[in-house]
Design a protein around this ligand. Sequence first.
Ligand SMILES: C[S@@+](CC[C@H](N)C(=O)[O-])C[C@H]1O[C@@H](n2cnc3c(N)ncnc32)[C@H](O)[C@@H]1O
Length: 387
Amino acid sequence: MSANFPRPVPEAIVHSQQFLQYITDSLHNKKELSFEDWMDTVLYSPGWGYYTGGLAKLSGTNTPTEKLIGDFTTAPELSHWYGRTLAKQVEQVLAASDSQCILEFGAGSGKLAFDMLETLNNSTINYFILELSADLKQRQQQTLAKFSNQVKWLDQLPPSFSGCIIANEVMDAMPVKLLEWNAQGDLQEVFISLDDVSNIHYVLHPASNELQQLFSQRMPTLSGYRTEINLRAESWIKELGRCLNKGGILLIDYGFPRQEYYHPQRHQGTLMCHLQHHAHSNPLIYPGLQDITAHIDFTAMADAALEGNLEVLGYTSQARFLMNCGILQQLSQLNPDDVHHYAKEIGPVQKLLSEAEMGELFKVMLLGKQLDIDPIGFSYADRRYTL
Ligand SMILES: C[S@@+](CC[C@H](N)C(=O)[O-])C[C@H]1O[C@@H](n2cnc3c(N)ncnc32)[C@H](O)[C@@H]1O
C-alpha cells in the first residue's frame, strides 16, 4: 500500500479485524463465497457491514464538521440544486400517476428527500423511505424532522405502489458477480477462499451453464477480460415492475450502455472501492470499512424493465437531465453581484454538470407504467437509442 493510502482510526481497524476473523471462521466451514456473496457480506452483514455496521459513510458540504468524515460524496450531498431540480421531474410523474406518493430507496443522509420536499412544498405528499442501514435511517430522521408528519420508513417493498420511485446511486451498491474469460475462452466465476495460511484470496471456477449462456449474449469472448454482472439490480427492477401500479421509477447512477460497459479496453471491469475519499480497486481489504461499487450496465436495466412490464421512458446523461429540468433557469435567480454566495452555490453545480466530473458518467433513466407523459428531463438529447 502506498504511503498516502488512508489508514482508518484504531477503533475502525479493530472492528474490521474482528469482522475478518468472523468471515474467516465461516470460510473454514463453508470453504468458499462467491464474490457476489462476499460483497453482500462486507457491505450488508447486520452490525458489521459497511452500510449496516454503524460507521460514517457519507460526507456532505452542509456542515464544516461533516466534511472530514465519510468515504464518498453523492450528488444530493454536493448541492441542494440537485434535489430542487429533480423535484421538477418528480412533480410531473406524480401528476400523471394520480398519486402523491414518493418512495426513495437508500436515502443516504435524507438530503435529497429534504430538498425535494421543500421544493414541492405540498403537505399532501407522502414520502416513503426504504433503508437497509439503521444508522442512516437515524440520520434521515434527524434531517427530515421538519417533515416528520409526511415521511415514513418501510422495512420492505409494499405489495403495490402508485407514484414516483427514486433510487439515487443505489444500484451501484448492489452486490455483483465477478466473471473472467480465461485463455481457453471459458467463462470463470470469481470466488473468495482461504489459502494455506488462512489468508483470503481469489479462486476461479467455471461459471454455471446458465450464467455462461446469459453472459455470452452480452459480450464476445475476450481472454483475460474480467468484469461484472449485476443480476441483483435486474431482479430488483423486475420486482419494482410487479409492485408498480401506475407511476414512474427514476434511476440515477454511474454507468453506460452495454457496448461501452463491455468495451474491449475496459478489461479490468468497473469495480471500485472507496475508503475515506480514496478510490482504489482492492475489495478484499478492510471488510466493513470501505464501500465497494460497480458501474451500471443500463442496457441490462432497460431489458429487465421490459421483462417487468415497465416502459423505458427516457435515458440521458445527468448534465442533460438537469438542464432539461431547468437547473440553469433556477440558478439565474442567484445574484452574481453577491460574489461569495454565488461562487458557493455555482461551484458544486459545475461538478454536477461538468463532463469531466459527474455530468457525463452519471446517467438518469425513467421507467414507467401507465404513465402518459413526455418527461421533461428527457425532452432534449434522450439517448434511449444507445441502449
Ligand atoms: C451510495 S449510497 C447512496 C445514498 C443516497 N441515495 C445518496 O445518493 O446520497 C447507496 C445506498 O443504497 C442502499 N441500498 C442498496 N441496496 C438497497 C436495496 N436493495 N434496498 C434499499 N436500499 C439499498 C444502501 O444501503 C445505501 O444506503
